[in-house]
Design a protein around this ligand. Structure first.
Ligand code: ARG
Length: 585
């Protein structure tokens, strides 16, 4: 693809070779308004060299740079020089690239040979898979797709919360009030009830807590009864979780959760001991982090049992040994910021230079209108219910608006679930947000169904035109049907795509690859969401303004190319976000 920023630098350096390419590239901006062109060069920085006011410099630079094949117009405006790219050229370049790469348009080999771990979802066994976990699941899945698309070798890990003192509590609760059959029937809600009951009762009977500690200790020591119960809780929970992952089309390369490290923790403790990092604190072992303004990392409790952070340390070391990662990414809510800071610090203090490659990707909290979610209080919204309701609502809409739609059930799932996933990815991840059924189930405005609908609209135009592929379009007007890529593309009149509405579509497609790279660099899938929303809006404007299936074969051809490119890019974008693109809806 033509890199117009580089072309701008070429043009500039040719006249002003006293500057470095890098420093010019760095200051190029995208103007805020269409009438200011596509790229802008701010002249403030040149004031010292030119010894003039920036607007005079802009004037001078503009006078010295002649438009060329890449820029059809160069204008100065105040302290800026504005560049208008050659619309015909950009149209040709974009269409050529989408044609050659197809659904791989925007992909790259940037990450070749590099292993990236994306740890996400990581729900807790025996607890509900609630909407609190939707964000890590959806953001993490999108990140994994993005890294993969850019050529990285990804390893998706579900660090299941399947270990810890809460299992002692659950064992006590189950042994006291539980019943196997009831749990088998509806595992997670029943286990949740037991967990909630434990906390209610323990408020009056604190000795229950001791009992729970005792049982967790037994579990750590390999006690048969404790182990059997734990294994059973884990099995029934995983079955439930997998049903939800399947609904969302998500899978993992590894389910090595906390329990996986239960036999790898002594090594960690020994290592920390060896490095002289462990301190005794009333029988517990800690790593003092006061120097770094953090509370101490608690490595073992006074009864010798290990903690969440101990297991995370073991996991990081194991991952480095097993995957030799380039990046080890943790997609976990911002409530755990301190936990990750402490853990990364301990790794660094232990002398692991790769500690810097461990990255916590936080996201904001989801709260409910009735207050924060709390598993202990049983105040949760089950993710599965949200997904099911969205599908149900879509089903109703289809029944009302498009009852003859083929594959209704499949489309209802793709659109309903897509709506929920899209919503998660339609704002910056760090923002907290309030979950509301109304917004989750609204299909108006900048939503997943809107973008999917735009894709389906493009499909329907192509279908009406009787074309499926680029070759079908190139064949219009009886010109060569089986031509090499270059020649076929020469048979198109790109000058027919100069209307502003068409140009906006081209521009969005042009920036799509860039948005993927940025999404990777900032670990922010939302940047892709933004790009495809803008593309959908630009396309719909174009579609409303200009008929596509016109008589004139050359015009028809050019416009159909735009439709096909739009369809491909929306589909790829949605796929990166983990969302399907039905062809009809
Ligand atoms: N299971 C934890 C939770 O639900 C998240 C685990 C995050 N990952 C980690 N490596 N600590 O809160």
């Amino acid at each position: 693809m033509i890199d117009f920023k580089e072309k701008l630098v070429d043009l500039f350096i040719e006249k002003y070779n006293q500057f470095e390419r890098g420093e010019i590239l760095e200051i190029i901006e995208i103007p805020p308004q269409e009438d200011m062109g596509d790229l802008a060069l701010p002249c403030f920085k040149f004031a010292r060299v030119f010894r003039k006011a920036p607007n005079l410099i802009a004037e001078e630079i503009c006078a010295n740079l002649a438009s060329n094949e890449y820029f059809q117009e160069i204008r100065n405006m105040g302290p800026y020089v504005n560049f208008f790219v050659n619309k015909e050229l950009i149209a040709r370049s974009v269409i050529n690239n989408v044609y050659v790469q197809g659904e791989r348009y925007g992909s790259s080999t940037l990450g070749e040979g590099k292993n990236v771990i994306v740890e996400f979802s990581s729900p807790n066994i025996a607890k509900p898979f609630s909407i609190a976990h939707i964000r890590t699941t959806v953001i993490g899945h999108a990140l994994r797709n993005i890294y993969k698309f850019l050529g990285f070798n990804t390893i998706a890990i579900n660090h299941l919360g399947d270990y810890g003192t809460q299992f002692g509590k659950l064992i006590v609760a189950f042994k006291t009030w539980g019943d196997r059959e009831t749990v088998e029937k509806d595992p997670i809600p029943e286990l949740l009830k037991l967990y909630v009951k434990f906390h209610d009762v323990a408020e009056e009977k604190p000795e229950l807590e001791d009992e729970a500690r005792e049982w967790f200790k037994k579990l750590e020591e390999g006690d048969e009864e404790a182990y059997q119960l734990w294994q059973w809780f884990r099995d029934v929970s995983l079955k439930e979780f997998n049903r939800i992952y399947e609904m969302m089309g998500i899978d993992f390369d590894s389910y090595a959760g906390e329990s996986f490290y239960s036999d790898k923790m002594n090594a960690v403790i020994e290592l920390l001991e060896e490095k002289g990092l462990l301190k005794d604190s009333e029988g517990a072992k800690i790593v003092d982090l006061e120097e770094y303004n953090m509370p101490p990392a608690l490595i073992t409790k006074s009864d010798g049992s290990t903690l969440y952070i101990t297991r995370d340390l073991a996991a990081a070391i194991y991952r480095k040994q097993t995957y030799d990662f380039y990046k080890n990414i943790y997609v976990v809510g911002s409530q755990q910021n301190l936990h990750f800071q402490q853990m990364f610090k301990v790794l660094e203090l232990a002398g692991f230079d790769w500690a810097k490659d461990c990255i916590h990707i936080p996201f904001g909290m989801v709260s409910l209108e009735e207050g924060t979610m709390s598993t202990r209080r049983g105040r949760v919204v089950f993710l599965e219910d949200v997904l099911n309701k969205a599908v149900e609502k879509t089903r109703e809409i289809i029944a009302e608006k498009n009852p003859d739609l083929p594959d209704k059930e499949k489309v209802a799932r793709e659109v309903g679930i897509g709506a929920i996933l899209f919503q998660e990815l339609s704002h910056s991840r760090i923002k907290d947000y309030l979950f509301s059924w109304d917004t989750a189930l609204s299909f108006e405005g900048e939503t997943g169904p809107y973008v999917q609908y735009t894709h389906a609209r493009a499909c329907s135009v192509l279908e009406k035109a009787g074309v499926k592929t680029f070759a079908d379009i190139f064949a219009i007007n009886g010109k060569e049907t089986t031509v090499e890529p270059g020649r076929a593309l020469e048979n198109v009149d790109y000058g027919l795509l100069l209307e502003d509405e068409a140009y906006q579509v081209i521009k969005q497609i042009y920036t799509f690859p860039e948005s993927i790279i940025k999404a990777m660099e900032r670990n922010e899938p939302f940047l892709i969401t933004r790009n495809i929303i803008d593309l959908a809006q630009a396309f719909n404007k174009f579609y409303h303004e200009y008929p596509i299936l016109v008589e004139d074969p050359e015009l028809r051809k050019a416009r159909l190319l735009l439709v096909l490119c739009t369809k491909i890019v929306i589909k790829t974008g949605l796929k990166l976000l983990g969302i399907e693109s039905p062809e009809k809806m």
